[in-house]
Design a protein around this ligand. Structure first.
Ligand SMILES: C[S@@+](CC[C@H](N)C(=O)[O-])C[C@H]1O[C@@H](n2cnc3c(N)ncnc32)[C@H](O)[C@@H]1O
Length: 414
């Protein structure tokens, strides 16, 4: 895709590869480009991006123009004209202006100075009063964008993004992640269980989006409608549902869901959590089916259109295990997951997509022990989905000090 066809950009989250993979899965490889390591370009208008369903992007912005330079002085000369044109299109009221730079060689002080110049420009040329959001860093964070109303009708967050090919993309933020909603969906759930781990809702969304094939425009959810008015969509299965974070996110995205777990207690927890999500976020409750079942032998209710889950991760480790203990854990998890893939194979139609968050163990900084079955998916009669913009080996979610990472394995049934 050429830089000129980039209509919007997404600022990628803490693990950019996951956000990029999610966009490619949803919108198709041709619609996505890599602007720089932190920013993805899309050939969709920002209003067409179904932003609420993205777990891996922190904001989406409308591209105003692309300038053929990354030189700060040259950019500074262009900004007054751009901002004046934009201000003339805004409704009455005080303008809230913030600047964020991605990949440009510049300091917060320079951005603050540029903000003040633009404030003066707008006062003189358009007679508008302007409040500038100060830059402690060159990038404003999501909370700063929200608290300073930069996505309101009279708000402007101007993004200046150095692209890999030496241009600067200038864009205006239209939406940011709803931090409060994510916090509620994570910490506000009535039943939580530290032992089975805490799947962050954003990661659950990424897993679901990687299990879904890319969306034809007609199925794009209409952001002006509340969740409960979304048409009933595909049947999603989580065979290791635990306390139900993934199922919760799936019902909020409009899927009909089915969940199973080997522990009856987890099924009770998930039921309580899904009832809570249904009453907290939706007017009409989404249907769900829950049943206790061992994923290595269970027969699921048909149809199953997609499988998305965080599987059994084995023992949690807070310190590096001995090589014997690690080998034993790897082999135990590998056997369960192999049996699961064999069991479910006959219950899925050919082409059904699965995204499984499976464990990978960090043995040294940035080095991982992977499940042996990953190299045997062909023999198990699955294809590993390859993405154009992201290598399969980059689909790892972890924090630096974590032993057990989650590896996102995207498969289709042969
Ligand atoms: C890492 S947790 C999943 C957590 C879940 N994402 C959540 O939101 O809480 C894995 C779950 O797999 C379940 N499990 C382990 N072995 C299983 C098996 N053979 N069949 C089905 N569930 C199993 C455990 O009881 C546990 O709840």
């Amino acid at each position: 895709m050429s830089a000129n066809s980039v209509q919007s950009v997404c600022i990628l989250g803490r693990q950019p590869a996951l956000g990029l993979a999610e966009l490619e899965s949803l919108y198709g490889a041709d619609a996505v480009s890599v602007v720089n390591p932190r920013v993805a370009g899309l050939n969709l208008h920002a209003s067409e991006v179904d932003f609420g369903r993205l777990g891996g992007s922190t904001r989406v912005a409308h591209v105003m123009t692309t300038l053929p330079t990354t030189d700060w002085k040259a950019l500074e000369r262009k900004l007054p004209e751009l901002i004046t044109e934009l201000a003339l299109t805004l409704p009455d009221g005080k303008i809230q202006l913030g600047l964020s730079a991605f990949g440009l060689k510049i300091s917060p002080a320079k951005l603050n100075a540029a903000g003040l110049t633009l404030k003066k420009t707008l006062r003189t040329r358009t007679d508008r009063s302007v409040r500038i959001t100060p830059n402690p860093e060159v990038e404003l964070n999501t909370a700063q964008v929200l608290h300073n109303h930069l996505t309101s009708p009279t708000g402007i967050e101007l993004l200046l993004i150095a692209s890999n090919n030496g241009d600067t993309v200038v864009a205006r933020t239209t939406q940011t992640q709803d931090i409060d909603s994510y916090t509620l969906r994570d910490r506000g759930r009535p039943k939580r269980d530290a032992r089975v781990g805490m799947l962050p809702p954003k990661l659950a969304q990424i897993i679901i989006n990687l299990a879904g094939t890319h969306l034809p425009p007609s199925t794009k959810t209409d952001r002006s409608l509340p969740y409960n008015q979304h048409p009933p969509q595909a049947q999603l299965l989580d065979p290791f549902c635990g306390t139900g974070v993934l199922l919760q996110e799936a019902i909020l995205l409009g899927y009909a869901v089915q969940g199973t777990d080997i522990e009856p207690r987890m099924i009770d927890y998930t039921r309580t959590n899904l009832d809570w999500a249904n009453t907290t976020f939706r007017n009409a409750p989404a249907p769900y089916t829950l049943e206790q079942g061992d994923a290595t032998t269970h027969q699921w209710k048909q149809p199953v259109d997609l499988v998305a889950c965080e599987t059994y991760l084995g023992r949690p480790f807070t310190a590096k295990p001995s090589s014997e203990v690690l080998a034993q854990t790897v082999s135990e998890v590998n056997l369960i997951l192999k049996k699961f893939l064999q069991n479910i194979h006959g219950q899925l139609v050919s082409g059904t997509r699965l995204c499984l968050a499976v464990p990978a163990w960090q043995t040294a900084p940035g080095q991982f022990k992977h499940l042996p079955l990953i190299d045997q998916v062909g023999e198990l009669r699955y294809n590993r989905v390859s993405l154009e913009h992201v290598q399969a080996s980059q689909l790892l979610y972890y924090r630096e000090d974590q032993i057990v990472a989650r590896e996102l394995l995207v498969l289709t049934r042969k």
